[in-house]
Design a protein. Structure first.
Lengths: 116, 276
């Protein structure tokens, strides 16, 4: 775990409705840093986020859309949000149903720019 | 006429959800402002995808633009929604006549004349197509074989599931669970057709999205949006065995993308019900 990312992740998890946030290595789905509420399985979240990001990036590339800068998986009971950062890192958040998605998106985009 | 257009434009601007787009689009078409008419027609169709008159307006504009194949599809859609739509029978009759198929033309024009016996212009047209015979002396020809119409529609429009929706051929893509394209199409930023390349991985991506939602205990997934620097895309499953991708320029408000995708999914479901 890298303590350098702790303040960033804690700021994110303070937002209403956020169950957890983490920094993940996109290539292998390993957890770099995490701030999770009880019940959220960090390794599963990291693996799924990395896998989905890989698929989405490939689709986006094949369609000529370029590298996605934000992914939002909406489900009936919550959301998975991913903001690819520089290098191999992605910022991941998992949220419940009633979250200010617009604000969360903006925060994650800002934070992803600061990740390195 | 200019004043009419101004007044109608003002009404449309004040309330874009009103049906005034039908009158504005027709006024623009009659004025020969076909690009503007097309924009109005497509805007109306996006709001009212099941309104026969919206498809009828779209077909008339397309006919004036000499896009007869897509116009045929649009009028075909009108007749599916409203089998006794006079304008659609007249339009398809004209297109058949234009294509050198007078018997099929006569069938639709006769039906239109029966629906509106007071239309003297239509009566004249029927008599001309019937070789000068008085209209009611002319026997109603057999209907064009449905399979022929289906085949024609399929041939002339790769984007049939999304007829009437903006981006039907280059921004909306429907695939089956094996990644085979069912309809629509996708163009890259340089205009190159990337439908097959995207189709090959689209179904797998939606499966991955579904798996992620389930494993992370987020419930059933509804959609996945990918936000790129220039293009945004929304993925969803219109049915359990199909996947859809809807793309919009990144300049559009992010919230509109899922609405656009939902409208396309609705059209895809209706189309799948028809063809299955």
């Amino acid at each position: 775990m890298s303590p350098a990312y702790a303040p960033l992740l804690e700021a994110l998890t303070r937002l209403r409705g956020i169950r957890g946030a983490m920094v993940v290595a996109a290539q292998d789905g390993l957890v770099v840093a995490e701030s999770l509420m009880g019940g959220v399985k960090g390794s599963a979240l990291a693996a799924m986020a990395a896998s989905l990001t890989g698929r989405a990036t490939e689709l986006s590339s094949r369609a000529g859309f370029g590298v996605p800068r934000f992914l939002h998986l909406q489900a009936t009971d919550g959301s998975l949000l991913v903001a690819p950062a520089s290098g191999d890192l992605v910022l991941v958040a998992v949220a419940g149903r009633d979250v200010p998605l617009g604000l969360l998106r903006l925060e994650m985009l800002r934070m992803a720019e600061r990740l390195s | 006429m200019t004043e009419d257009i101004r007044a109608l434009s003002a009404q449309y601007a004040a309330d874009p959800s009103s049906l005034v787009f039908l009158r504005l689009g027709e006024a623009l078409r009659q004025r020969g402002q076909l690009e503007a008419a097309l924009k109005v027609a497509l805007g109306g169709l996006a709001r009212y995808p099941h309104l026969p008159d919206a498809h009828d307006l779209y077909a008339r504009v397309l006919t004036d633009r000499h896009d007869f194949a897509t116009a045929f599809d649009a009028w075909d859609t009108v007749l599916r929604l409203m089998p006794h739509h006079i304008g659609a029978h007249k339009g398809i009759g004209f297109l058949y006549y234009h294509a050198g198929e007078p018997q099929h033309a006569l069938y639709h024009l006769r039906l239109a004349a029966e629906l509106d016996p007071e239309d003297s212009g239509l009566r004249t047209a029927v008599e001309r197509v019937a070789g000068g015979h008085e209209i009611w002396d002319t026997a109603l020809p057999e209907a064009p074989p449905p399979r022929e119409e289906e085949a024609r529609a399929a041939t002339v429009s790769g984007g049939e599931p999304f007829v009437g929706l903006e981006g039907a051929r280059d921004r909306l893509l429907l695939v089956d669970q094996n990644g085979l394209r069912l309809g629509g199409g996708l163009a890259g930023p340089d205009g190159r057709d990337v439908s097959e390349e995207a189709a090959a991985i689209l179904a797998g991506t939606t499966r991955e999205a579904s798996r992620a939602a389930r494993l992370l205990e987020l419930g059933e997934w509804t959609h996945l949006t990918l936000e790129g620097a220039e293009v945004g895309a929304c993925l969803l499953n219109p049915t359990t065995d199909t996947s859809l991708l809807a793309a919009m320029d990144a300049g559009f408000p992010a919230g509109q993308l899922s609405f656009f995708a939902e409208r396309a999914a609705k059209a895809a479901r209706a189309w799948l019900e028809r063809v299955r």
